[in-house]
Ligand binder design. Structure first.
Ligand code: C5P
Length: 394
């Protein structure tokens, strides 16, 4: 009953075949999907396919006599929480930009009172054409969210911008667009990933942190309206959309970057697996293996999070603790020692490198488990919880 209702509109383009997969993903994510197709879209994929995948009748005509009030465009657009057009052809984009409503889909876009997201798909010349770019600028100014397009080999054999985003990317952007804007106007600073402590010119000490949890939190925070700066140790991950990223290697570099940015932030989240020690005197050149033994002197790195939390006017500080045993006891001890209002604990062996995790939140009110899920879903839950306990301005 309470499933979010999406109207998925298909217009004429070969990328329509990807929309079948998009429906499947959206249904799996618990959306009720109602498909509307233009005449041109039906040349590429059948309503039968879309009906089978969505589990709802597909609407293709404004003149459907079975609709009791004769107004399918009003009925559908009122029931929708979101309208997504994928693929959105150049022709349909032009219609939207000019408020033309000459078929069911364009009419229900004009009649809507909910957000509209479009996934353009067209040949690269059509995409680059000044008319298309003018229309897109107009749609953006009208508050329409444009997803993609991607660049690559096109169905016509040419290569360039204009490919529709992949269904997984679209499903993710759709869910992202629906996140509550709980952190609008807030600046969030995060650390993520491992650090790398040089031994010599080519060797170093690091750890197995992938950065996935930190990057997911950066993305979730951005989706919820925050201005996000992500200070990252070496990872292979892509910077989340609209996030400002500063890349560092060592704990000292991470410390410097944090201290440089911390005074203006409202919330600091330390997700990085910062090395506790660094090599006291790293060799500038590669150490030769001619000797039998090598002793490295290690010195302590600064505890970045603890230092931020003890600043005179600290931001709201959140920590992470990956423990291999006794999670509840060790994590709460760590929270108190570092003076954190919120600490998020997990079992290291389950978390490192995985796309999934299981977390426990520790705060003044007690412990709050977050069941096993993918890291982005967990990140969104963490941010929603944080919004509840965040006391507001410093
Ligand atoms: O390593 P430890 O378990 O103490 O890490 C707990 C929290 O402290 C994490 O949020 C981590 O990012 C942060 N930390 C830090 N600087 C360190 C060590 C840990 O900011 N040198």
């Amino acid at each position: 009953m309470n499933k979010p209702q999406i109207v998925l509109g298909l217009t004429g383009g070969i990328a329509a075949y990807k929309s079948a997969e998009l429906v499947r993903l959206l249904v799996k994510q618990n959306y009720a999907v109602h498909v509307a197709m233009t005449e041109a879209a039906m040349h590429f994929i059948t309503p039968t396919t879309m009906q089978a995948l969505s589990g709802h009748p597909v609407i293709t005509s404004q003149w459907d006599a079975s609709v009791s009030n004769g107004m399918p465009h009003i009925n559908m657009s009122r029931a929708a929480n979101l309208i997504v057009i994928a693929p959105a052809s150049a022709d349909f984009i032009a219609k939207l930009a000019h408020g033309i409503a000459d078929d069911l889909l364009s009419t229900l876009c004009l009649a809507r009172n909910c957000p509209l997201l479009i996934a353009p798909a067209m040949n690269k010349e059509m995409w680059q054409h000044p008319a298309t770019q003018r229309n897109l600028a107009q749609l953006e100014a009208d508050g329409v969210q444009i997803m993609g397009p991607d660049s690559g080999i096109q169905a016509c054999g040419e290569e360039g911008l204009g490919r529709m985003l992949e269904p997984e990317q679209l499903a993710q952007l759709i869910t992202a667009s629906r996140q509550p804007k709980l952190f609008t106007g807030k600046k969030i600073l995060l650390t993520a990933g491992p650090t790398y402590e040089a031994i010599d010119a080519v060797r170093g000490i690091t750890n197995r942190s992938s950065g996935k949890m930190g990057y997911a939190i950066a993305q979730a925070a951005r989706e919820m309206g925050a201005e996000v700066t992500l200070i990252s140790g070496p990872t292979t991950l892509a910077t989340p959309r609209d996030v400002h990223q500063i890349n560092v290697q060592s704990a000292i570099q991470m410390y410097d970057a944090v201290m440089h940015n911390v005074l203006t932030c409202d919330i600091f989240i330390g997700v990085a697996a910062v090395a506790d020690f660094r090599v006291a005197h790293p060799n500038e050149q590669k150490i030769k293996n001619s000797r039998n033994n090598l002793t490295l002197e290690l010195v302590s790195n600064p505890d970045i999070l603890a230092q931020v939390a003890s600043l005179p006017n600290p931001p709201f500080c959140v920590g992470f603790a990956a423990e291999s045993e006794n999670l509840t006891e060790y994590a709460e001890q760590k929270r108190l020692a570092k003076k954190l209002p919120l600490l998020i604990g997990n079992i290291a062996q389950q978390a490192i490198g995985s796309d999934y995790n299981e977390l426990i939140l520790f705060d003044d009110t007690g412990i709050h488990p977050l069941p096993r899920s993918d890291k982005l879903t967990l990140a969104r839950s963490i941010m929603r919880y944080m919004a509840q306990i965040y006391p507001g301005d410093k």
